[in-house]
Design a protein around this ligand. Structure first.
Ligand code: ADP
Ligand code: MG
Length: 247
């Protein structure tokens, strides 16, 4: 069963067709990347999948469940986790507290019911595991505002992982990073690849071509091609629409 299936998704902002009948799938263990110029509709699409932006038309299925009309928190309960293009961290809290917040948000029902030390231990365990996966075990007690930008992006990925997701949506995890910071995130994404189905929106083409199983190219809200990285590189329409003006 596919982790994600969208069928003819549409979003209009006034006269702008931000998402133009987008149909795509993410298969189990697949890293499917979406590239496209600024304003192509990448973040809008992620928002529609997460349920933050209501779609005008079309459907979204996560692990076979039709989530098209589901609110954000129900999609999260199903295992859909996302990160943001612009960090959404509680800067005055520690790294560990941010991850615990993410765990508790997902487990909100249990916590209201069983709000005791036992569950705190379980949450702590999930948070510590997630921080270890992103290589931030030594930074549990660091105040987030004092972390480097790259560390903050890693922390956001830890927050997504701590919810034990069944599908990860990553919106430009390399945005605004130095080369060294990018390299760290790229190797982190490599380590996650295959362990989770991932839809990766990214502007950095070299990273996308190195990481993705399949790439979809979004231009003016429309997917103009979906293929392996090698074939995308050679695709004439893609080169004309997108790769050409990057070269
Ligand atoms: P990308 O993430 O690929 O850069 P976006 O999804 O942010 O693109 O934007 C796609 C298009 O939708 C752009 O033309 C943008 O101006 C427009 N847009 C995005 N969000 C809104 C909004 N809340 N209201 C009006 N227009 C929007
Ligand atoms: Mg965007």
């Amino acid at each position: 069963m596919s982790a994600l299936v969208t069928h003819a998704l549409v979003k209009r902002f006034g006269g702008v067709l931000a998402t133009d009948h987008v149909s795509l799938t993410v298969e189990p263990g697949e890293l499917h990347a979406i590239i496209g110029p600024n304003g192509a509709g990448k973040s809008t699409l992620i928002g529609q999948l997460a349920g933050e932006i209501a779609s005008d038309e079309g459907s979204v299925r996560v692990l076979g469940v039709d989530v098209s009309r589901m609110p954000t928190h129900q999609r999260a309960q199903l295992g859909l986790a996302r990160t943001y293009q612009v960090t959404q961290l509680a800067k005055e809290f520690t790294a560990l507290d941010n991850v615990l917040l993410a765990v508790n948000a997902r487990a909100a029902h249990n916590f209201r019911f069983w709000g005791n030390a036992h569950d705190d231990d379980a949450a702590m365990q999930k948070a510590a595991t997630a921080l270890a996966i992103v290589g931030m075990s030594h930074l549990h007690h660091a105040e987030v505002g004092t972390l480097a930008h790259g560390e903050q992006r890693q922390l956001e990925i830890a927050m997504a992982l701590a919810t034990e997701p069944k599908l990860l949506l990553l919106d430009e995890p390399l945005a605004g990073m130095s080369q060294g910071e990018s390299a760290a995130i790229i190797s982190l994404l490599k380590s996650l690849k295959g362990r989770y189905p991932i839809l990766l929106v990214e502007h950095d083409m070299e990273a996308v071509f190195a990481l993705a199983d399949r790439v979809s190219v979004l231009v003016y809200g429309r997917i103009i091609a979906t293929d392996t990285p090698d074939r995308i590189r050679e695709n004439a329409e893609v080169r004309a629409a997108y790769l050409g003006d990057e070269a």
